[in-house]
Ligand binder design. Structure first.
Ligand code: SAM
Length: 279
């Protein structure tokens, strides 16, 4: 597409991180042997006026990011098998294109994100009501809960979001969901403590100089115990990213991931988990 037709992007701070995720996913999806089929992500990257390679490099973490996305997709597909008319609420969805990867023709989808991100998403991926809607609202503001319809089943998802919050904000969000949505599952990811520390010290940088924003919320065994102890949280389950391509993602990481102690280091993939709320 010629440059003049590209859509301008003006994001910084946490919202800009959605471009990193999108770029990595699209870079992987362009490969003939991609582990993720995501033509919509490729279209989006091609339609944006943003210096992806100058900011983020060549997308060398594409497979890593794609396997993480597939892990979330797996949970959504599982949910849709049981609740084909259910609603998925994607908190902090950015320019995720998961809807197009998992759509069963019946699912209802609610994206919740900050106004500046929603403005961009609305330009590139306009709503298609009644099945696909977007709400400009902080995930930390309970307003979005009023737009949720759990009648046919509900799955809450927060991919690449909670690490940017303070621990007490994460706890309040999960506890609020547990109180408001009994019987529901929430899927989310986090970063291990060493990773969080590097972002807080400003040491999480690309070779091109892009610096990841602070991620104050870290997940380790003690943090999982705190989440399990929140009122009405009945289960916390660790998920494992699927097997990928090549020696590292296809053999070494899956082997190492069998060991809880290695998984806890978060080197072979970020922690991804579900929590279930009691009825
Ligand atoms: C790393 S991106 C993740 C985007 C997408 N979920 C993905 O995995 O590609 C972080 C996203 O969180 C959103 N975000 C940050 N703070 C938020 C808040 N308080 N409420 C809702 N969304 C927020 C940003 O706008 C951005 O879209």
């Amino acid at each position: 597409m010629p440059d003049r037709e590209k859509s301008r992007v003006d994001l910084d701070g946490v919202p800009e991180t959605l471009l990193w995720n999108l770029y990595q996913r699209a870079t992987e999806a362009r490969r003939p042997d991609a582990v993720l089929h995501d033509p919509k992500a490729i279209d989006l990257v091609d339609s944006l006026d943003y210096p992806f390679a100058d900011r983020f490099g060549q997308g060398s973490l594409g497979q890593w990011q794609a396997l993480r996305a597939r892990c979330f997709d797996q949970e959504v597909r599982c949910f849709l098998t049981e609740h084909p008319d259910g609603q998925v609420v994607a908190l902090g969805e950015g320019l995720e294109t998961q809807f197009w990867r998992v759509d069963n023709g019946r699912v209802r989808w609610l994206t919740v994100d900050l106004p500046e991100t929603v403005e961009l998403r609305a330009r590139l991926l306009p709503d298609d009501p009644p099945r696909r809607r977007t709400l400009a609202c902080s995930a930390l503001d309970e307003e979005w809960m009023r737009h949720v319809d759990p009648a046919e089943g509900l799955l809450l998802s927060a991919q690449g979001l909670l690490m940017y919050f303070e621990p007490d904000q994460v706890h309040r969000l999960i506890a609020g969901c547990a109180e408001r949505f009994p019987g529901v599952t929430m899927v989310f990811d986090g970063v291990p403590p060493w990773f969080s520390r590097r972002t807080l010290d400003g040491r999480m940088k690309t070779a091109q100089g892009y610096q990841a924003p602070p991620m104050p919320w870290a997940v380790d065994g003690a943090e999982k115990a705190r989440i399990r102890a929140l009122p009405n949280v009945t289960e916390l389950r660790d998920l494992r990213a699927p097997r990928g391509r090549g020696p590292l993602y296809g053999a070494v990481f899956p082997l190492l991931n069998r060991f809880r102690a290695v998984r806890a280091l978060g080197v072979t993939g970020l922690p991804i988990m579900t929590v279930r709320f009691g009825r």
